[in-house]
Design a protein. Sequence first.
Length: 132
Amino acid sequence: MDVKEWIDKETAAFSRKFTKELTNVETRVRRGAKLLDKKVPDWLDRVKLRVLRLESPSSCVLGQAFKDAIAGWNETGYEAGLEFLKLDDDRAADYGFTHCSVDSSEPTIFLGSNEEFDYLTKFWKAEIQRRK
């Protein structure tokens, strides 16, 4: 196999893995939306797309949906949401509420990078727009 063939093979393999990872992110987001539908029926009314940013504990889906449930001065809506939904960070990743860690049940090639937050934000915006 020459270098060009090897590069083509590796590029195709990465492309397949990347496509699979994006499908994984979309699946996690849909799973999270279904959980919110069940536990917090009015969550869609609480989330504002123009400020939605998954990397921010106050502007993410849980941060906005649970901003009125903050118990302490240093708690965020994200933390209040995790407590209400009885999720830890790894389980939150399984529902698309945060990035995956190496301990998540569905780790990704992004592994907690800003790139994963960007994709999570895009998929959440699409899911919310689809539902409205």
